[in-house]
Structure formats: structure tokens, C-alpha cells
Ligand binder design. Structure first.
Ligand SMILES: [Zn+2]
Length: 761
């Protein structure tokens, strides 16, 4: 048999040898074994059932859901001289009848059938007249609701196979299945003790990278421009992003096309053809693009955002390098992508079980973005293929920064998680380690745990980050469900016992420390203040909160880098083209002036000069009368670090202990101690709006906040949708489009939580 298969391979396809796994699968099928084969796209899947179909007497049936792929395969087989046909909804009645007639006479070696057709009486009677030596089921993961692409029509397959008089061997093929989905496929299709093959997931010609914390626009421009002769795909999460990214590249004179569900059929077909024929070298697309596209010379695939699961990511990324040549796959990851995806799942219409599955897939994808181990190994293991060596060239394998011993920190985190007994999530564990005085913590008595406050000097975000790292490394596990909890795995025990060490890349640890500390070298502080003053004035004029112009982090970076033209300004994180065109002139003028004047750029460093209550200007004070009579009316932005401790406490409470913290952090500290916003406003002699803005600023800087206290959960989706519709530039139109009981604070909180002010640039 082996020899015949090899001869057929050579004669029909022109190859001299089988790829890994192919000949074992073919052997099994020729000897009548049921088979479950998990081979990635481009792994030579179709040869595995086409060759047995050619060698066995009768007509093999291939079940496939992809109409365009069926046609392509049948055309290709016919060109190779193999009689084959398909039955699906694209045929008119006459053509359909003709295929049925020819089939009943045994004219074909392979008949491709859409799953919906199998259940018809016509097909039942046809199959009773046929000699069927093999049934191959393509895209078999569609039968499992644990997969990422469940199709109810696949559920009829087992019934139809069961009704056949002589049941032939059944072969299920899929490009994407976790071990869990594999088991489900075998059960749902009623496979008899199948041979199982998992192979070929390691696409060694792909170089995988995860890029975090970069200016995505600049990264993409540079990447594409540095590869002027190469063809590539950029995947975006939304149509809007696809349009924007495409426009951006097109302005650089790059031959770029776009493809998404909002375009009409002609435009999509046109874009696809131009890309296929290399008239456009870059395609910017949503995940609507790619099914059934076989363009072998795609040299790179860039993901503008993290997709919702590893299956989708690897399938899309795997469209690079189908010709086996070296190719690159880059995932641009920002932590807020997780929130966006999670929000989409929460809001989706799926039933609760389905949502749970989607959430788990999302977390696995997130761990890919955060792991510090070989990326290719991570994916290959996810699909259940063991024993694949490190790739040696992904962004993690190439990270030469030293590994540092973080065993002590890991033990603190693990032991805290252990004490919470798997009943709480990562954010609660982080709060306990931080020593938070939040009400919930005190109510549960967690301040009496021995791990309480063990990592007081860390930020909550850094603690969470460490825990996500421990999840990615397999020491912690996150549960399924809407409110995922965290617990220890068996692998955590040796760490707690001190018998193994935990190592982490220095770069990861250092980067986190860097982002946590926001101190600015003294030399640039005057420029920073000048920029803040300009922002304060401009924001007041435009009646928006200052962070909607630029975040502090962006101003800090401007003060640091001192850009003197638009291009340099664009390189600053969080500043897009829209901001540059609107404010670039002003900002660059301030920087230039500063450079000329030297230290004299520190204009009016005494913030007390701003006597006007800024928040009064945007019409919001009516919602919240300042709760303290005699509130000074000073806004947060008017205070300079170091002076804020001087705010006269009206409650007589000792606030001196907060000295040294910036003003907004003082507010957060009081809030974390369980005080209400009104109490803090009164205590600090500030308006409630100012206190709210303090908290939002903390949110911008990455502090964990109880968002559901600020944003009514029942309105959250509506608020986000409304902001997406009318834009985040002005608050009033948003407020007016929402129910009465949604206040300005809820809107501003939603903008910060979902990072909507920068997303729309
Ligand atoms: Zn690697």
C-alpha cells in the first residue's frame, strides 16, 4: 500500500516524499482505521484523504462547509485528471441532478458535499446506491461547541453515518483543535477507537513576535517601509480601524488595499484580486479576509490588536509563508485589548456556557501575549503537540536580557492566592498583597491574613502583572466563568516549598518598574509644567477635561524628548495624527520656546494664579454641588506636586501622613481607606468634581478602581456605544444621548476605563 501511495503522490501531485504525518495517516485509512488528524492549514491535509480516495474502489465522500474551497479543490482534482464533483447550494437544480445521476453511476472518485445536504431524503437514497470506501470530514472542529466555529449542521453527521448500511472508515480533519476539542470531535462523530495524529503545528519558517508598549502607528509605518518589496497582511479588530490604518499607509504612498464586511462584494473581490496579483502589496483587513485565499508569498502578518483566541490568531498569522519561505508574524499587544475583547464577549448574545468558553479562550490568548517562553512552543503545545524544541528566533527566544530570580516575590503571590482558597480573582489577591484598605477587604477580614500588605511597595498593576506571569508559567490557574477566580496549580507547590526557583526576564521586570515610576528629571520639569498650563487653558476653552487633550504620560514624554516637528511629535506614545494636526503647532511652539529660553520656560510655576474653577466652565458643577462649604475651588490641575499637602483639611484630621504623594494619589489613598467621595472632598477642601478627576487620573495611570461603583453596569454597554457613536471630544452630547441617571462622572469613567479618548484618533 505504502508503495502505491507514494507512486500516486509522485504521479498526481509531483512530490517525491510525504510530509511528516501524512504517510501514517494514509496507511491507517487504507487499512480501515477511523482517524482524527489535527494538521494546521498548509500542512498538506487534503492529500491525506485524496490519495486513499484515489486508491480505494468506489466514491469517497468529503464533507466540507466551505463552498469556495470545494470548488477550488474539485477544479484542481479535475485538472490532475481525477474525476471529482461537489454538491452544495451553489449548483442550480439541473446541475445538481446531473451530479447526482453521475454519482449513482460511480463516475467520481471523490464527491464533496456540504453538511446540510446529507440530511435530505435525496441524499440518503443516493448514498444507499453508492459504494463508499471512505468518509472524510474537513473542518471537523465545527462539530464541537468547544471549538471556535461551531456549526449546528455538523451535528447531523453522526446520525447519517450511523444509518449507512456498510459503515466505511471515517476520517476527521481539522487545522485547529485543542486536546479538549479533539475529544469532543471523536465523541460527536462517533469515531471508533480512532488513530489520532497531531502534527505539523510548528511552522518553523515563521518568526513570531509580541510587541507591547509601542506607538503602533509608527511601528507599522516603519515596518512596512523597511520591507518595500514584500507582501503582507495587517489584521484589525474593527472595520473602522481597517479604514484608518489603510488611509494611514496610503498617505505614505504605499500600495495598500482594504477588505472588511462593510464593503460591497465588488470592492472586496477587487481588493482581493489586486492583492493576489501583487498590485497592492499590503492588505489591511478584518478577519473577514483570508478564508480560502491561497497567496503563498505573504511575507508578514501583523495583528493590530489581539484576537479573541489562539486558534484565530494562529490561523490568521499562518497565512504568512505558505510557500515555506521565512516570514514574520507580529502581534501588537496592549493590555486594554483584553478589556475590549472581554467587553465584547460580555455583551455578546451567546448563551452563558458559550461565553464561558470564549472567556477561557481569551485568557489563553492573553497568556500568549504575556508569556516569556518560546512563542512557537506555546502555540504548538496549546494544540496538543508535545516535544517541539524552542524555535530560537521568536521575540522571546531572542530576548537576550538576563533572567532574574523572582522566587521570593512569586512565593508571596502564590501564598496569598493559596490563602484566598480559590474564591477570588487576581485583582482581589493583588489588593490584599498591596495592603488595600478597601471596604470589601476589611469586611472579609483579609487585613488579618499573614500575606496582607506583603507587597505594599508595589503598585497593584505590577502585582497583577506578576500574577498573570505566574498564570502563563503554569503556577496559577484562572477559573472559567463570568467572574474568574485564581487558584494554585500542582506546580506551585515546589515553589512554595522552596525546591524550585522562578525566573523572569529582567527586561520585563525593569519595564514595569519604569512605567510605575513617573518621576521626571528636574531639568525638564519646567517644560512639563508649561505644557500642563497650556493644556489647562486649552481644555478650559474647549470645555473638556484636560486628559482628553493629552494624558500626563504623553506630556511627560514630550518634556523628555522635546520634539520640534510633527514627525517627532507623532513618535510620542499616545499621540496620533489627529492630535498632531489639532495641537501640534502649539505644542511644538512651546517646546521651541523652552529650548530657546532654557530654564526660563518655567512660566508662572505658581499654580495658585488659576483662580477660576475649571470644572465650573464645562457645566458640570450643577450635578455635584461642592460638598464642602468654603471649598477652595482649586482644581486638581492647578496644584503642583509638593504643594498639595498644604490643602487645609477642614475635618481637622491629620493629612500630613500623605505628604510626598501627588495630589491625586492622596485622594486615591483616602478612597482606598474606605472614605466616600463626599467625605474626601470635605476633608481636603476640594470640590467633588476635583476628587472624581483625581480618581480618573489614577485610572489613567493604571491603578485598579472599582469601576462598577462609578459606571452603572446596566448602562455600561450603552455608554460605550454612545461614545463610539458621537465621539469622546465633548461630554455634553454624550450626556444628552443617555438616560437621565447616567451622570458625567459615569461617562468620564467609561472613557478612562475603556481608553476611548485615544482609541478614536
Ligand atoms: Zn521561540
Amino acid at each position: 500500500m505504502q508503495q502505491e501511495a507514494l507512486q500516486t503522490l509522485k504521479r498526481v501531485y509531483g512530490y517525491d516524499s510525504f510530509r511528516k504525518g501524512q504517510s501514517d495517516i494514509i496507511d491507517g485509512l487504507l487499512t480501515g482505521k477511523d482517524t482524527l488528524a489535527i494538521l494546521p492549514t498548509g500542512g498538506g491535509k487534503s492529500i491525506c484523504y485524496q490519495i486513499p480516495a484515489m486508491l480505494l474502489p468506489g466514491t469517497s465522500i468529503i464533507v466540507s462547509p466551505l463552498i469556495s474551497l470545494m470548488k477550488d479543490q474539485v477544479d484542481a482534482l479535475n485538472r490532475l485528471g481525477v474525476p471529482a464533483a461537489f454538491l452544495n447550494s451553489s449548483l442550480d437544480a439541473a446541475a445538481y441532478r446531473e451530479v447526482v445521476r453521475q454519482t449513482s453511476q460511480g463516475a467520481y472518485k471523490l464527491l464533496y458535499v456540504a453538511p446540510e445536504r446529507l440530511d435530505s431524503g435525496m441524499f440518503e437514497s443516493l448514498s444507499s446506491q453508492m459504494h463508499i470506501p471512505l468518509i472524510a470530514i474537513d473542518e471537523a472542529h465545527c462539530v464541537s461547541q468547544w471549538g471556535h466555529d461551531f456549526r449546528p449542521s455538523y451535528r447531523q453527521l453522526a446520525g447519517w453515518i450511523g444509518r449507512l448500511e456498510n459503515r466505511p472508515p471515517v476520517a476527521a480533519f481539522t487545522a485547529t483543535a485543542t486536546p479538549e476539542v479533539s475529544e469532543d470531535i471523536a465523541a460527536m462523530l462517533g469515531l471508533h477507537d480512532p488513530n489520532i495524529f497531531v502534527t505539523g503545528f510548528a511552522r518553523t519558517n515563521l518568526t513570531l513576535s509580541v510587541v507591547t508598549g509601542t506607538d503602533k502607528r509608527k511601528f507599522l509605518r516603519d515596518f512596512v517601509q523597511q520591507r518595500p518589496d514584500q507582501s503582507g497582511i495587517v489584521y484589525t479588530a474593527t472595520r473602522k480601524e481597517a479604514e484608518e490604518v489603510c488611509d494611514d499607509l496610503s498617505r505614505l504612498g504605499i500600495a495598500v488595499g482594504k477588505y472588511h464586511g462593510g464593503l460591497n462584494d465588488d470592492d472586496r473581490a477587487d481588493a482581493q484580486e489586486r492583492f493576489r496579483f501583487d498590485e497592492n502589496r499590503v492588505m489591511v483587513a478584518t478577519n473577514a479576509f483570508g478564508m480560502g485565499i491561497d497567496k503563498p508569498n505573504v511575507r508578514y502578518v501583523i495583528h493590530w490588536q489581539m484576537p479573541g483566541d489562539v486558534e484565530s490568531y494562529y490561523q490568521e498569522a499562518g497565512r504568512a509563508g505558505r510557500d515555506g519561505e521565512e516570514s514574520e508574524c507580529v502581534l501588537l499587544f496592549e493590555p486594554q485589548d483584553v478589556q475590549v475583547q472581554r467587553f465584547l464577549i460580555d455583551r455578546g448574545t451567546g448563551d452563558p456556557d458559550r461565553k464561558t468558553i470564549q472567556l477561557n479562550k481569551l485568557y489563553t490568548m492573553m497568556h500568549y501575549s504575556r508569556t516569556e517562553k518560546c512563542l512557537l512552543q506555546y502555540i504548538v503545545r496549546y494544540f496538543g503537540e508535545a516535544d517541539v524544541p524552542e524555535c530560537g528566533k521568536c521575540s522571546n527566544c531572542m530576548d537576550v536580557s538576563a533572567m532574574v530570580d523572582v522566587t521570593e516575590d512569586a512565593r508571596k503571590a502564590l501564598s496569598c492566592v493559596g490563602r484566598l482558597k480559590g474564591r477570588f480573582g487576581i485583582s482581589m489577591a493583588a489588593k490584599v498583597l498591596k495592603g488595600s484598605r478597601e471596604k470589601r477587604i476589611l469586611e472579609f477580614g483579609f487585613d488579618r491574613l499573614s500575606t496582607y500588605g506583603l507587597m505594599r511597595q508595589w503598585t497593584e498593576r505590577d502585582i497583577s502583572d506578576l500574577m498573570y506571569f505566574l498564570v502563563a508559567e503554569g503556577y496559577l490557574r484562572i477559573s472559567e466563568g463570568e467572574y474568574p477566580t485564581v487558584s494554585l496549580t500542582a506546580e506551585a507547590l515546589p515553589v512554595l516549598e522552596g525546591s524550585i526557583q522562578v525566573k523572569r526576564r529582567q527586561s520585563a521586570a525593569a519595564k514595569r518598574r519604569e512605567s510605575a515610576g513617573s518621576a521626571l528629571p528636574a531639568a525638564n520639569a519646567p517644560l512639563f509644567e508649561a505644557l500642563r498650563e497650556w493644556r489647562r487653558e486649552t481644555a478650559a476653552r474647549e470645555k473638556v477635561p484636560p486628559f482628553m487633550l493629552f494624558f500626563d504620560a504623553a506630556l511627560r514624554e514630550i518634556a523628555d524628548r522635546q520634539p520640534v516637528n510633527s514627525e517627532q511629535l507623532l513618535a510620542v506614545k499616545g499621540i496620533g495624527a489627529a492630535k498632531v494636526s489639532k495641537y501640534g503647532h502649539d505644542v511644538i511652539a512651546i517646546v521651541r520656546q523652552f529650548k530657546q529660553d532654557g530654564a526660563q520656560g518655567s512660566r508662572n510655576a505658581n499654580g495658585d494664579g488659576g483662580s477660576e474653577e475649571r470644572n465650573g466652565a464645562d457645566g458640570q458643577t450643577d450635578d455635584y454641588p461642592a460638598s464642602a462649604p468654603g471649598a477652595s475651588g482649586r482644581s486638581s490641575e492647578a496644584e503642583l506636586p509638593g504643594q498639595s499637602g498644604a490643602a487645609s483639611p477642614s475635618g481637622g484630621e491629620d493629612l500630613a501622613r500623605l505628604d510626598g504623594l501627588s495630589s491625586h494619589m492622596q485622594t486615591l489613598t483616602l478612597f482606598a481607606e474606605g472614605r466616600t467621595l463626599a467625605e474626601i472632598a470635605s476633608l481636603r477642601g476640594m470640590s467633588r468634581v476635583t476628587i472624581e478627576n483625581h480618581l480618573l487620573r489614577c485610572g489613567e495611570e493604571g491603578e485598579e478602581l472599582p469601576w462598577s461603583d462609578f459606571i452603572p453596569p446596566q448602562h455600561e454597554a450603552l455608554i460605550v456605544e454612545t461614545i463610539a457613536r458621537v465621539g469622546a471630544e465633548k461630554l455634553k452630547p454624550i450626556k444628552e444621548a443617555l438616560p437621565e441617571d447616567v451622570d458625567y462622572f459615569a461617562i468620564k469613567a467609561a472613557i478612562v476605563k475603556h481608553r476611548l479618548s485615544t482609541a478614536g484618533e
